[in-house]
Design a protein. Sequence first.
Length: 353
Amino acid sequence: MIAENTAPLKRPVEWLFNSKLRWWFHVLFWMFIYSDELLSLIGITEELEEIWYIPFTLLVDMIVVYAVIYIMLPLFLFVGKIKGFIFFSLLLITLNACILFLLWNPLETIQEEPWSFLITMFLSVFVNTGLMVGFASGIKIFKHYIINESRLKKLETDNLKTELVYLKNQINPHFLFNSLNNIYVLNRKDPNQASESILTLSDLLRYQLYECNQERVGLQNEINNLKNFIELEQLRKDNSELEFNINGEVLGKKIAPYIFIPFVENAIKHSSSSNNELSFLKIKFDITDRHLKFIVENSKPELPLITETGGIGLINVKRRLELVYPDNHNLEIIDEKKSYKVILSIELNNANI
């Protein structure tokens, strides 16, 4: 039997699989099947001549129906053995039709009636039994399909959440490694500014530990965190020009955490050169009620600085965008002769896992 786990089911069909209503559904099913007999018993339709046979036919029908939906379906159809299911179901339906035919027609009646009449009666019983079994099987198959689809959706959602946590945790240590390295370099030049950097790093870590555990964070907080990150990076860069512009209302907007930092980190890294030439970094946010455009552009030095590590954070954030905003984001990476630009567009109103 299928477990009655309906927690992830959508509300419109949730009540159909409520275990508390299960027995009522069975009662309603048999009341529907035997509606003619019930109406006759309460006097609405013509009274049946031989009412005594109803309990026996009901018992036989219940045995066949429950044998099909609770034994044949799981044993054959749900595991792909369609031919086996059809064969044994037809066998049970035929057996049921034979029993009911003999129950309704005594042996002496059978001997007196012509074969054409008897065959017509038997086929009528067979078809009615088949429709009854088919109706019950259809309900069971529909229930099995809905519950399995719900389980798959829940499993897919759980897997996505697990992968997102893993990817986010990959980004954060990578970012922390770079920040600590920056503070180490700065401490040799200016201990006072290094102390300020430690406070900035403290704010960054506080944001990571206490605010980034949610699927969505405030866009204002994410931008403030990005500013702290850039401030920390700029402390050791005297030959870099920074532009940071925000157009639109930030308050009240939500965003997935740590989406922007990997792009900025990558821009800072690739704007550095080995001969200390002047570089620039331009960051821009264009925000409307339902749309956000993030643009980061950096200069390309004539002699790029060769680094041993890189690319991990950028690869991970691309994967996170695919998971968190599968159909609601657009990422453009433009490699020009003297600059490198990233344009990320996100629909803010449609981005739930």
